[in-house]
Design a protein around this ligand. Sequence first.
Ligand SMILES: Nc1ncnc2c1ncn2[C@@H]1O[C@H](COP(=O)(O)OP(=O)(O)OP(=O)(O)O)[C@@H](O)[C@H]1O
Ligand SMILES: [Mg+2]
Length: 470
Amino acid sequence: MADKLIFIVDKNEAICKEVTAWLQEIGFQAKVFEDTELCFNTIDQNPSAICLDMNTSGPSGLSGLEFLKRLRLTNRDIPIMVVTENGDLDSAVEVMKLGAFDYMVKPVEKARLITNIQRAIAMHTMVHKIDRLRGEIEKKHVYKNIIGQSEAIQRVFTQIEEVAEININVLVEGESGTGKELAAKAIHYGSAYKTGPFIAINCGAIPESLQESEFFGHEKGSFTGADHARIGKLEYANNGSLFLDEVGEMSQEMQVKLLRFLQDKTFERLGGNKKINVDLRIISATNRKLEQEVKRGKFREDLYYRLVVYPITMPPLRDRKEDIPLLVNYFLKKFKNEISKIITSVSSSVMESFMKYDWKGNVRQLENVIYRSMVATRTETIELENLPSEIQQNTDHNFITQDTSQNQPTHFATPEPSKAVTATPTIQEMEKNALIKALKISAGNIEQAAKSLGISRATCYRKIKKYQID
Ligand SMILES: Nc1ncnc2c1ncn2[C@@H]1O[C@H](COP(=O)(O)OP(=O)(O)OP(=O)(O)O)[C@@H](O)[C@H]1O
Ligand SMILES: [Mg+2]
């Protein structure tokens, strides 16, 4: 702990000298202030801790209490050891409320002061470390608004990170609703073009006759109805990214023109003859297998190879079902304000049907189902009857209750066969059986049982108590 800087705020010169010596003995540096204001003005030196005599105000008149309040307003979390002449309990409480680490009555013993300072610094460092780790853990499950902890989606995070920094053309493939646009935005916002615009163009939604003008813009009078000159998406996207959504839907004619643009990075507006240069990044997306479209002669091979320099495939939700609890939790939070209802979880049978459902519409479909169910729900938990019927039909009862608010992974535990075949067991019975089985396999080791069920140790204990399992 060498080189830590400690501020001492005290009018008593002898005490200051003594404390300075104590601190130097353990390799700390001390800086003494006779005035709280002066100390406050020097706070940018970021001391590791402050020893503050509450009776020090100095010529500025800034009391110890005011000093603490002001410091709190700056949002700095420097540990403070408060020292007073008298052990008045009320002021002790007030001082601790203001975030002081400890409250000591004079005369202060060397051992206590030193231990407290060391402990405060250690705790402070630990809190920061925990915050940082927590940030890293959260980052793992959320990457630029894309949620997921499955291996498949984590691979996508890595690919986005890899490709964002280099300006090569990316093609994002994947079924509808898998997050292709989210991925494209993540690439844009992770790239050198992030300060420029992200312009999306849906190639499937523009009539063939208007595609060229949409891309390149046009001059006034260039075709019937072109009353004004208009700039196209390529110009809008200058210094940013152009997102070619549903690129497989682009007309053959437009494919040729886009290829020409990609070759020399210049174009002319429709009806114009001035060469326009733009600097942008191209990200395309398709929910068709573009390579097959090439084989079928629907998409130009030369353009395909230009666009697909770096391919990213978004995995369908059915192939990464372990992400469902995280996504459910995310959407419950996302819609909380919009719907103005406090709905914190989904029932275990709802989660079970989600885990079994095929999700042809992928994350978008899950998002819509959560939204609609939240609208339909009157309690804090979404129940099976709030779900669309096609999802309700997916239910059976071989699972353990999920508490989505804790982001726990879902785990299916099969109940004991002999009990499972008896007439429709209740959810509680199923849960109890799963627990008994897990405990049996782990030879009573609660930690292991909890792990195999995908629940926390505390939840496991609670449930053992609830079902009186011994
Ligand atoms: N991993 C994810 N985490 C959070 N939200 C997601 C995720 N994937 C998709 N979504 C959400 O699902 C919806 C659909 O995503 P997006 O528009 O990016 O999909 P898409 O693949 O472009 O779909 P389409 O092919 O139909 O255009 C959006 O509301 C998006 O925010
Ligand atoms: Mg899309």
